[in-house]
Design a protein around this ligand. Structure first.
Ligand code: 9MR
Length: 569
């Protein structure tokens, strides 16, 4: 069966931030309050208090008590919380780990780069590897990739570069696009209303670290350039490129011997690329005017092509050798692309597409959250942050929708033993639940940005605590962080569980997290009957709940950067 939770006192195994609330969870059948003890690294008791019994928790099935040690606020490391003979993992009271995580979470993307050597000077000896998919044997490479044989598209494309999506070797426009967008939005938000100095040049260990351009932009550009290459001669954008069959585990990118193929173009991919390229155009406007012009031209062409082909849906069964990433509802992609085109150009036609959308004024924001198939909220984030010519009442309505959704999250979190701002309407957790937790935390963060109300900031940190160990499986879902971090994420290079000469994931990588769908053989075998937040096992073959992916790490990077900014820098 699933590994039993290792702890009865569940804490953020990394850090609580001085000046902010500090909550933990006790698993106990006791119906009366219990005494908790906070000890420092010397084992000396520094605070005590009583738990609040909360009964059986809906998302974990655990009988839980709340521990509130907010009143203790002395910075330090090596604290533990104890109830009876049960102790928590140690943790810090400090902002320092978050200030490190903001960069480690962004460093993930460099590891995922295709088409370039990952150098030891940037990533260390354990993670260095040759460039992948540059047509160097045995790679067949991405330099001149034909379409799948059933498509007869009559051309090949040079689609070298970009980021590998996840633990696999596929490159998928709709998921790569939202990830690049979110990394870019981390910067754009900081530049407009936050602390952009923390995201300057020289902050990441990447080849471009001394080129005078913020590293976070250099990293995202690696993906944006790839997205542009996926554009077909008619302006539509190919949905994805991947191997004919799934590569074995482990296989490093340069060892992949399989044929690579473009899947058909899709309306979703075209709109996604248009949105990200338009966003890139305004961000690089003064940094690199030629790139800004190039991205806007590609965006306009893709947007026009999508309007002319409004219902070209990616094949939902095209999942041999790569994920399908198929989505049949495109209202949100149209809205997001229109919002980015309008925010960048101010042109009337894009404005009409924004204001004429059924999603206008915050209608796409929901407490389920946003992801690769539900992108309207990305447009709303842009319209709420980037100055534009829309009526101020309409922009206010968008902000109000963020705040109303944040209130729903807080209401739900107040009922939970392990508060996380996410659940499906049926109470389940889906593939990539941690990504949804992090994205919903960004909605709480924006509600704080828009209102300044402390409860929303608190909600963001509660979500972070869930991801970093205050959860019913006692894992920190971020590699390298905490007393029991995930080690065996599904990845074809970080496959130490299968080959001890290979590394575990580097620090700062987010596991997809619990998935009650049990969609892989390990999950099916080991997790039958699990409660949603407990449907997790740290096993490399459990790809439906322990893979890593660019969209989940971009969500982590967004909230880690926000949280670091709000922890005092
Ligand atoms: O994140 C994707 C999730 O929403 C889907 O339910 C799942 C099955 O289609 O696919 C996930 O994405 C995977 C993709 O298909 C292939 N690369 C790895 C991705 C993360 O597991």
């Amino acid at each position: 069966g699933p590994a039993a939770p290792t702890k009865k006192v569940q804490v953020d195994q990394v850090a609580y931030v001085p000046g902010l609330p500090k909550h933990a969870t006790l698993v106990s059948d006791a119906t009366t309050a219990q005494t908790w003890t906070l000890k420092n690294s010397a084992g000396t008791t520094v605070a005590t208090g009583r738990t609040t019994p909360k009964g059986v928790d809906a998302l974990s099935g655990d009988p839980v008590h709340l521990i509130d040690f907010s009143a203790y606020d002395t910075a330090g490391t090596g604290y533990t919380l104890t109830v009876g003979s049960d102790s928590s993992f140690p943790f810090a009271i400090s902002a320092d780990p978050l200030k490190k995580l903001r960069y480690d979470s962004l460093a993930f993307f460099h590891h995922q780069r295709s088409g370039i050597e990952i150098g030891a000077q940037d990533v260390g000896a354990a993670y260095t590897r040759p460039a992948g998919h540059l047509n160097v044997a045995p790679n067949q490479g991405d330099a001149n990739v034909p379409c799948r044989s059933d498509l007869n598209c009559g051309y090949t494309l040079d689609v070298r570069g970009g980021w590998y999506d996840a633990g696999d070797h596929g490159k998928y426009v709709v998921n790569g696009g939202i990830s690049a967008w979110q990394v870019l939005n981390t910067y754009e938000r900081a530049k407009l209303i936050g602390d952009a100095a923390a995201l300057g040049d020289g902050k990441l260990a990447i080849p471009e670290k001394a080129n005078g351009v913020p590293d976070v932009l250099d990293e995202a550009r690696w993906e944006v350039e790839f997205l542009l290459k996926m554009q077909a001669p008619d302006g539509m954008v190919h949905h994805k490129i991947h191997d004919a069959n799934w590569t074995a585990l482990p296989t490093l990118p340069h060892q992949d011997a399989q044929a690579r193929r473009l899947s058909a173009t899709s309306t979703a991919a075209s709109l996604n690329m248009a949105a990200v390229a338009a966003q890139a155009s305004r961000i690089w406007k003064t940094i690199d005017p030629a790139f800004s012009t190039k991205t806007l031209a590609a965006a306009k062409k893709a947007y026009a092509a999508a309007k002319a082909n409004p219902n070209k849906i990616a094949d939902p069964n095209d999942s041999t050798g790569g994920g399908a990433y198929s989505d049949s509802t495109l209202t949100d992609e149209f809205y997001w692309a229109a919002a980015e085109m309008f925010a960048t150009t101010g042109e009337a036609s894009y404005r009409a597409d924004v204001t004429g959308s059924t999603l206008y004024k915050g209608q796409s924001i929901s407490d389920r959250g946003y992801d690769w198939g539900s992108t309207g909220t990305l447009g709303d984030i842009t319209l709420a942050l980037v100055p534009n010519g829309l009526p101020s009442a309409d922009v206010a309505a968008i902000k109000t929708a963020f705040v109303a959704t944040a209130d729903k999250h807080l209401n739900q979190m107040a009922t939970l033993g392990y508060p996380a701002p996410y659940r499906e309407v049926d109470g389940s957790y889906v593939w990539g639940s941690n990504g949804l937790v992090a994205n919903n935390a960004s909605v709480l963060a924006l509600a704080y940005d828009f209102t300044g109300a402390a409860k929303y900031r608190e909600g963001v940190f509660e979500a972070m605590h869930y991801l970093l160990g205050r959860n019913p499986v006692s894992y920190s879902y971020v590699s390298g962080y905490g007393g029991q971090p995930v080690r065996n994420v599904h990845h074809r290079h970080w496959a130490n569980q299968l080959d001890p000469t290979l590394p575990i994931a580097p620090p700062g990588v987010l596991s997809g997290g619990p998935n009650s769908g049990l969609q892989d053989p390990v999950a099916e075998r080991r997790l039958q009957g699990c409660k949603p937040q407990k449907c997790f096992v740290d096993h490399i073959e459990a790809y439906s709940l322990n893979e890593v992916a660019v969209n989940w790490n971009s969500a982590l990077a967004w909230i880690a950067n926000w949280a670091a900014e709000k922890s005092g820098s």
